[in-house]
Design a protein around this ligand. Structure first.
Ligand SMILES: NC(=O)c1ccc[n+]([C@@H]2O[C@H](COP(=O)([O-])OP(=O)(O)OC[C@H]3O[C@@H](n4cnc5c(N)ncnc54)[C@H](O)[C@@H]3O)[C@@H](O)[C@H]2O)c1
Length: 364
């Protein structure tokens, strides 16, 4: 029986592509190429629409994130594939803050998901550690904490200057990220959650994290729960990363910890991320920035963007396609069909071509 029009629309996933600046444009192009290969057999493939929000547009007409953008993205799209923003011609970084931080805040993308999975033992700086030892995710609260932008300066520029930055922790904000951590552990058979804070010193804000964690963990008796202060956690992650599966923490600690985790798992070129609101439009981006010094030279590693697109496929319910993409990247890394930062000889475009061809030959 033929599908009616609305059924067709509901099965097609619409992707807003925001390549941004510098190598963001190069790696996003490869991610789209790989996504097309991974979904080509589906009756309703992905549909891509590109937006030119970035430094070039800002310098041309002053636009950063257009006024109607958020409503339009919510209404018309299922996910956002993002490159990177940042350009030496815009030292204030105004456009980047408006676009990326604006989308994270206005779409209420409260989960920052950063998997740290080592694909090849040769890529970790840790001695005698293999792929089984580094396989965990950092879940960073993405909307509040010290990043809420509340504070002020008094007598700025004088010897009596005072600067205050408030740490905002709401019951709703803390509870939803902790709950997401337990749900994530359950869905991925990760079995354990570690919550990290600094409640011994931050006795107001992080006391809230303690109380919420104690309450929520009781609802997940199948998941092992544990608490570590952030200073102990970073030591333990380096000493024995294999003890961790899901780590949940606040915005600032998550920001720092996830970069440490990225290095343990092979570095910036490989690190993916998702900015997620479960069940709603979410944004997927490589962890790296726009890398202006290598931009336009076909040198950037597209793997971080490609692995981010696999997280996007997971979010869209296309798990087997996501696995096919991850398998392609794992094989490329092990067989050195990579860019030079991972020891290969391929350019950005050629690395993307290799991944797309591998997936075409080894479909989901
Ligand atoms: N999410 C984002 O859009 C985001 C994140 C971080 C930085 N930035 C912006 O990017 C610009 C540059 O920042 P930065 O230099 O601190 O960080 P960066 O991530 O752009 O680069 C750091 C280093 O890693 C290298 N590198 C990064 N990605 C790579 C890749 N895919 N392949 C190979 N090498 C790669 C770069 O050449 C550089 O040496 C700035 O304007 C910054 O504000 C944006």
């Amino acid at each position: 029986m033929p599908l009616n029009h609305s059924e067709k629309i509901s099965t097609t996933k619409r992707i807003a592509v925001i390549p941004g600046d510098g190598i963001g444009t190069e790696v996003t192009r490869e991610a789209v190429k790989v996504l097309k290969a991974a979904t080509s057999g589906r009756s309703a493939p992905l549909e891509f629409t590109e937006f030119d929000w970035g430094a070039e547009r800002y310098l041309r007409d002053g636009t950063t994130l257009p006024a109607e953008a958020v409503a339009m993205l919510r209404r018309d799209y299922d996910a956002i594939l993002f490159g990177a923003v940042g350009d030496p011609r815009v030292p204030s970084n105004k456009h980047a803050a408006d676009i990326l931080l604006g989308l994270r805040a206005k779409l209420d993308l409260y989960v920052n998901l950063r998997p740290a999975q080592l694909l090849d033992a040769a890529l970790t700086p840790l001695r005698d550690r293999g792929t089984k030892d580094v396989n965990f995710v950092v879940l960073r609260e993405n909307t509040e904490g010290l990043y809420a932008g509340i504070g002020g300066q008094f007598q700025r520029g004088t010897p009596h200057e005072l600067a205050v930055q408030e740490d905002v922790n709401t019951r709703k904000g803390v509870e939803r990220i902790i709950r997401y951590a337990f749900d994530y552990a359950r869905q991925h058979n990760f079995g354990r959650v570690c919550m990290s804070d600094k409640s011994n010193v931050l006795t107001f804000g992080h006391d809230l994290w303690q109380r919420v964690f104690s309450q929520v963990k009781n609802e997940y008796s199948d998941i092992e729960s544990r608490h570590l202060y952030i200073d102990t956690l970073v030591m333990e992650v380096v000493r024995d990363p294999g003890q961790f599966r899901v780590i949940v923490t606040c915005n600032l600690f998550g920001d720092i910890l996830s970069d440490l985790a990225a290095q343990l798992a092979g570095g910036l070129g490989l690190a993916p991320s998702g900015n997620i609101h479960p069940g709603k439009i979410s944004l997927f981006e490589p962890v790296h920035g726009s890398a202006p010094t290598i931009a336009g030279k076909n040198l950037a590693n597209p793997a971080g963007a490609v692995l981010s697109s696999a997280l996007m496929l997971d979010h869209l319910g296309l798990a087997s396609q996501a696995d096919a993409v991850r398998k392609a990247v794992r094989t490329a890394v092990r067989e050195k069909h990579t860019t030079i930062d991972l020891g290969g000889t391929l350019g950005t475009r050629e690395a993307g071509d290799w991944l797309a061809e591998y997936i075409t030959k080894n479909p989901a």
